[in-house]
Ligand binder design. Structure first.
Ligand SMILES: [Fe+2]
Ligand SMILES: [Fe+2]
Length: 395
């Protein structure tokens, strides 16, 4: 059902409480999500973005209750990804000639996904569209987070339609940031940034500065996922500037996998060593085969250093550690330190493999790492404690 945001702007999206996985299985969404679409009614009527494909029928049906589709003068597609453009095919079947305002890259992604030659109008940063009292200003936002992404700003109402930027996978029947639990909201906003936007942090900083320099007053940020920022909307912009600037807290995250508990016992002894040497630093332990990968990534995002442990398996490392290291590498974290550890039975290559992966991922490996033969005895556990102490002191 639709909800009023301001006199002229109505939310016409879909709240998806059932969503548990997104981007295939790449991203967990424990709190569901929403696909936010907005209808602007000025002298002209504009639809901003649509919803994910499975909800296309429902979206068009609901939109028809709100407005005669033929009254829609313009469609703005800020980003071609399926979660926002997925209802276009259904919608364009009804209003095939309606112009679609989007970036040149979005024409490519939309054609690439749907293979329709719709009435595209390519826009660039600074292009405007008069819709009556208000005007829309388009701002390309390349690589935030696709080459086709853009923001749309509405004058008069001072709304920034930011699409994926500043969003959260967070289903809520309350639409606004001041109506929800702040710890939940910020956990989801950070998880979203850590898992999706980390590789584009340089673009985030540049784009925010560019928008600030345009001097546009921002009263509301209408995201494409999760809640809308209306109470002090710049709080999330400032958070993004912080997160984009090699963010870290006083935290060390120990990620490990274990077959017969040898590497787990090492991890625990290392944690104990760290704590005995520095009890202010937050130490968290995650068995990568048991915890959600995207929650672990969020913890890595917050950490100043990580310790990664795996038993040696077939001269390599475990499936879950290999997977999490691949994710870490892709995200391109900066300014973080690391070391490796692991138990082994005979050949013992695990630590070496992890060290190489960590270096490849851009971490500063500050220790050669620690291995324990078979299941660690008291002496080996003592070495683990000392390893932890040495590690935290050298940060
Ligand atoms: Fe996206
Ligand atoms: Fe999205």
């Amino acid at each position: 059902m639709s909800r009023k945001i301001t006199e002229k702007v109505t939310w016409v999206g879909k709240i998806d409480w059932e969503l548990k996985k997104f981007h295939g299985n790449e991203l967990s969404t424990h709190r569901g999500s929403s696909y936010n679409s907005y209808l602007i009614r000025d002298k002209k009527t504009v639809l901003i973005d649509t919803v994910w494909k499975p909800f296309a029928d429902e979206f068009v049906r609901n939109l028809k209750k709100e407005i005669d589709l033929n009254e829609i003068d313009y469609i703005v597609i800020n980003h071609g990804e399926i979660d926002h453009s997925g209802a276009l095919v259904e919608l364009m079947r009804e209003i095939p000639d309606t112009p679609i305002y989007c970036t040149a890259n979005a024409v490519k992604s939309l054609k690439g996904h749907y293979h329709h030659d719709w009435n595209f109008v390519e826009v660039k940063t600074g292009d405007t569209l008069d819709i009556g009292e208000s005007k829309l200003i388009f701002i390309e936002a390349r690589m935030l987070h696709w080459p086709d992404s853009m923001f749309t700003y509405m004058t008069g109402e001072n709304i920034l339609f930011s699409n994926d930027a500043f969003g959260q996978h967070y289903a809520s029947e309350q639409l606004f940031n001041d109506q929800v639990k702040q710890d939940e909201l910020y956990y989801e906003a950070m998880k979203y940034y850590a898992n999706i936007l980390t590789p584009f942090s340089g673009f985030v900083t540049k784009k925010i500065k560019e928008v600030m320099d345009m001097g546009l007053p921002i009263d509301i940020i209408c995201t494409s996922h999760g809640i809308i920022w209306r109470d002090n909307p710049l709080q999330i912009v400032n958070k993004y500037l912080e997160w984009a600037d090699n963010y870290q807290e006083n935290q060390i995250t120990i990620i490990y996998d274990t077959m017969w508990n040898g590497t787990r016992r090492m991890a625990e002894a290392i944690a104990e060593g760290i704590r005995s040497s520095d009890d202010a630093v937050v130490v968290k332990l995650y068995n990568a085969s048991k915890y959600d990968k995207n929650d672990i990534i969020t913890e890595v995002f917050k950490s100043k250093a990580v310790l990664v442990g795996s038993p040696t398996i077939n001269r390599g490392i475990s499936f879950s550690i290999s997977g999490i290291l691949e994710m870490i590498k892709g995200l391109g974290f900066k300014n973080k330190k690391a070391a490796a550890f692991g138990a082994y039975g005979w050949s013992g290559e695990g630590v070496k493999v992890i060290n190489e992966e960590l270096k490849d991922a851009g971490f500063e490996v500050i220790d050669d790492g620690l291995r324990a033969l078979w299941n660690p005895d008291e002496q080996a556990l003592q070495q683990c404690g000392e390893f932890g102490q040495r590690f935290v002191r050298s940060l």
